[in-house]
Each structure stands twice: as structure tokens, then as C-alpha cells.
Design a protein around this ligand. Structure first.
Ligand code: ZN
Length: 141
């Protein structure tokens, strides 16, 4: 079975994980962080860029900001979706207020916006809050 490349969402180290081990709680060889978390992880732009470029699992990013009501409403839904998608996709959050350059770099015009990266490039994006079931279906499609 093929190895999967996963960027550590805490330290940015690239890790290779045998596909069969994805469900066995693999950890980063450098910092020990869980590589396939059951929840959405906050990332900074450098880690986001690295993961979007290198990961073999789909990466779903929620671009949000603390001042945005719909974003805060979607947060628990996004968390539930992250748990449901464990091992199939990794869900991360990027705070566009803290990291304004990332909002520009990814041309985020309204939030919340979700972007799915797959095989090193953007596969699709969607603006507006969604429920957990919708997020899961969108992330799989
Ligand atoms: Zn690490």
C-alpha cells in the first residue's frame, strides 16, 4: 500500500504515513503532534501553503474571522464535520483577521469561505455558512 504524505499541522514537517496506518493515530516524527486529528486545527499561512501543496489527503480550509457572526455559528458545525471526516480529509481553520495577507493571497472576498485543496491545488471553494452534513458532503464531492 502506498505511503501518504501529510504536513504536520503544528510544526510544518512533512511526514510519510503508510495508508493502512492513517486510522491508527499516526504522529509527527518531529514534534509528536497528531497527524490525523479528529478536530479542526488552527493553522498559519505558512503551514497552510505547505499542506495545500504537499498533502495526499484533501485539505479543507475554513477562512474565517472572530468578528464574523456566521463564521462563529459555523465553527461547531465545522468541528463536527472534521470529526466525521477523520482519515478522509483534514479540516483546518485560518483566521483572516490575524493573517490578512492570507486572505488576499487566496482571494477571499467574503467569509466564511471554505476552500478544498487536493493533489497540490485548489479543487473548489464555497462561501457562506453550512451545516455539518453539508460540509461533509461538500468535502467529499
Ligand atoms: Zn510536527
Amino acid at each position: 500500500m502506498a505511503d501518504k504524505t501529510l504536513t504536520c499541522l503544528e510544526c510544518g514537517q512533512l511526514n510519510r504515513v503508510p495508508e493502512a496506518k492513517l486510522g491508527a493515530g499516526p504522529k509527527c516524527g518531529t514534534c509528536g503532534a497528531v497527524l490525523v486529528p479528529r478536530k479542526a486545527i488552527d493553522v498559519d499561512p505558512a503551514i497552510l501553503e505547505k499542506a495545500a501543496r504537499n498533502d495526499d489527503l484533501p485539505l479543507v480550509v475554513d477562512f474565517w474571522a472572530p468578528w464574523c457572526g456566521p463564521c462563529r455559528m459555523m465553527a461547531p458545525e465545522f468541528s463536527k464535520a472534521a470529526e466525521a471526516l477523520t482519515g478522509q480529509a483534514r479540516l483546518v481553520k485560518l483566521d483572516t483577521q490575524k493573517h490578512q495577507s492570507a486572505g488576499m493571497r487566496y482571494q477571499i472576498r467574503g467569509i466564511p469561505t471554505m476552500v478544498k485543496f487536493q493533489k497540490g491545488k485548489e479543487a473548489k471553494r464555497q462561501s457562506g455558512a453550512m451545516r455539518d452534513g453539508q460540509i461533509v458532503a461538500w468535502a467529499k464531492g
